[in-house]
Design a binder for this molecule. Structure first.
Ligand code: MLT
Length: 302
């Protein structure tokens, strides 16, 4: 019998379930735990008890887990790659459209009208017009589980799609439509894409990936979408590019103080994977991995 502690809205019958108010875990929360299952809770390296054998993060990223410290202490970290891919893909569709159709500004505007709404809508709506995505070029950076789904979705929507991934060749991007043009050159993707959608993890190498230099390589008037991780895009650089009219818009699932309420920026409060389906898929995947490890010593994280 193992002591497994779960945090957040992960309900797995038979597992102890907490809904905490605080965002960070304290040593008391997990003292004596053999395994921890968490989603958004931030785990500091100071709270790792000696009993702990594994941490399971019910999501794709492991940025809230002290992975290096866990490796040093022999604590295995599981995550759920792909389990929320459809949720994020669907949110990317919303982001693609929101980057084009100014629906965010339009909704804010219409909700602030005070009277004579029908007349004002007919008079004022033209300021929110924006282009259709069909026939345009979508550049997908990162062809993991989510990137592949997004690229294939672009094809189904009648877009031209260019995919880039520094680690996966086109043959290995499992399930990638043959209609997606695979490019081994980021510059080519940036030069051709009307929409650039990021689907890469945040690691040391990718921090500030969309900096002034890479943003300057984007086609004039292109739109940038970040449904992956905050920290991939340099806020100051993207705001400058929008101000100067080089980039038309930026939609991000990772708002910051600098980005909210800025012209040309649509902030979504990290909702990409916030669907009951994604949450359940992630929870099931990591709990199965965790139990298999604690009971049988198997490490099945893919
Ligand atoms: C993930 O890493 O899978 C998502 O960002 C999950 C979340 O909403 O925290």
């Amino acid at each position: 019998m193992f002591n497994i502690t779960t945090f957040n809205k992960i309900s797995n019958e038979g597992l102890k379930h907490f809904d905490k108010d605080s965002y960070s875990l304290t040593p008391d929360d997990i003292s004596n735990a053999d395994g921890v299952v968490l989603r958004s809770y931030k785990m500091h390296d100071t709270v790792l008890p000696d009993t702990l054998k594994a941490i399971a993060r019910a999501g794709a990223g492991t940025n809230n887990v002290p992975v290096e410290k866990c490796s040093e202490k022999g604590i295995v970290v599981f995550n759920a790659p792909g389990a929320n891919a459809n949720g994020v893909k669907e949110m990317t569709l919303l982001a693609l459209l929101a980057s084009s159709r100014k629906v965010n500004d339009g909704i804010k505007w219409v909700n602030n009208l005070d009277g004579d709404v029908e007349k004002q809508v007919e008079k004022g709506k033209s300021q929110f017009a924006g282009p259709e995505i069909m026939g345009k070029t979508l550049g997908v950076v990162g062809l993991g589980a989510i990137g592949v789904l997004v690229a294939n979705m672009g094809i189904k929507l009648g877009m031209k799609v260019i995919g880039y991934d520094p680690y996966i060749s086109v043959q290995k991007a499992i399930g990638l439509s043959w209609d997606v043009k695979y490019s081994s050159s980021l510059d080519e993707l940036f030069g051709q894409a009307d929409y650039v959608s990021l689907h890469i993890p945040l690691v040391d190498k990718t921090k500030g990936f969309m900096d002034e230099e890479n943003i300057s390589k984007m086609k004039k008037g292109a739109r940038l979408i970040n449904m992956s991780r905050g920290g991939l895009v340099n806020d100051a650089a993207i705001l400058k590019a929008i101000d100067e009219g080089r980039v038309s818009s930026f939609v991000t699932d990772f708002p910051t103080d600098d980005l909210i309420n800025k012209n040309g920026v649509v902030c979504i409060p990290h909702l990409g994977a916030s669907t009951p389906e994604s949450e359940e898929n992630c929870a099931r995947m990591v709990v199965n991995q965790l139990i298999d490890y604690l009971e049988n010593g198997n490490i099945t994280n893919s």
